[in-house]
Design a binder for this molecule. Structure first.
Ligand code: SAM
Length: 258
């Protein structure tokens, strides 16, 4: 299985010291500007997403981070920036400034159903992953998804399949991904706040990389993207400024049988 590494430190300082121009995919899941400090378990790791300097400080960080890791990408490499309603629009603007409008590949909506909500707005139940490419010859693997049918009639030249939910055809994967958010009782849950589901990162990596490609995650947290890369036969490199994140990611990636 292809190998990898996890480096402890500030991605802004570490990224320029790493070999440049080698990553097929850079996935960035930075703090979202939530203004909160979180701990999922009483004795679990703490996650601090508060910014004394407010939005200007946060946007400065985001800009420096994207610029700092861009050099790691290959000439046709792909960058995927994961944010939510708070700053996804700022992220898109920043990426267009850097890559140009022609660098745009996809705006992926990760849709989930978690508890809680507001009485004054619709439930905010999606994150956005902006995908931009350095050049026109980026890797793209067309994946398929099931499209369920109300009935069998009216389809002459498509193959119809059936599973426990009913009849379906296979269509090209859309940019809205319904993937359940991680729950505390799932085997993959590490206790690290903000951990993303493995299924989400596995799909992203499958779409935009080939076996053997290098996947870099400069804010790797518990290492979800790194594990997805490893399981898919890609090389992986993670960075995180938090000791608890690095410990969680190293534990996960060194798990025998994975
Ligand atoms: C949203 S979490 C990532 C969660 C991860 N995708 C997972 O599935 O576990 C963001 C991470 O960015 C890290 N981080 C924040 N600022 C950083 C910096 N300057 N350099 C490296 N990591 C940073 C935090 O420690 C945190 O682990």
């Amino acid at each position: 299985m292809p190998g990898g590494d996890i480096v402890h430190g500030d991605a802004l300082e570490i990224a320029p010291t790493l070999p440049q121009g080698e990553a097929g995919l850079v996935y960035i899941d930075p703090p979202f500007f939530s203004g909160r400090k979180r701990r999922n378990r009483k004795d679990g790791p703490e996650y601090d997403d508060r910014w004394a300097g407010g939005l200007p400080e946060y946007l400065g960080f985001l800009r420096n981070l994207i610029e700092g890791v861009r050099g790691l990408m290959t000439r046709n490499g792909v960058l995927a920036l994961h944010l939510d309603w708070r700053c996804a629009h700022h992220g898109r603007t920043e990426l267009e400034r850097l890559f140009g409008a022609t660098g745009f590949v996809n705006e992926i909506i990760w849709s989930y159903k978690t508890g809680g909500g507001s009485k004054r707005s619709l439930g905010r139940k999606h994150d956005t992953i902006h995908v931009f490419a350095n050049g026109p010859d980026y890797v793209f693997n067309q994946l398929k998804e099931k499209s369920y049918l109300a009935h069998r009639y009216g389809f002459s030249n498509v193959e119809i399949h059936e599973d426990e939910r009913g009849l379906y055809t296979l269509t090209n994967l859309r940019d809205v991904w319904d993937i359940p958010a991680l729950r505390g009782n799932q085997a993959e849950y590490t206790g690290y706040p903000t951990q993303k589901p493995l299924a989400l990162l596995s799909r992203l990596i499958e779409c935009f990389t080939r076996p053997g490609d290098l996947v870099v995650d400069p804010c790797c947290g518990s290492g979800t993207a790194l594990l997805a890369a490893k399981l898919a036969g890609r090389r992986w490199l993670g960075i995180d400024a938090g000791e608890a994140a690095v410990a969680a990611a190293r534990r996960r990636l060194s798990h025998p049988g994975r």
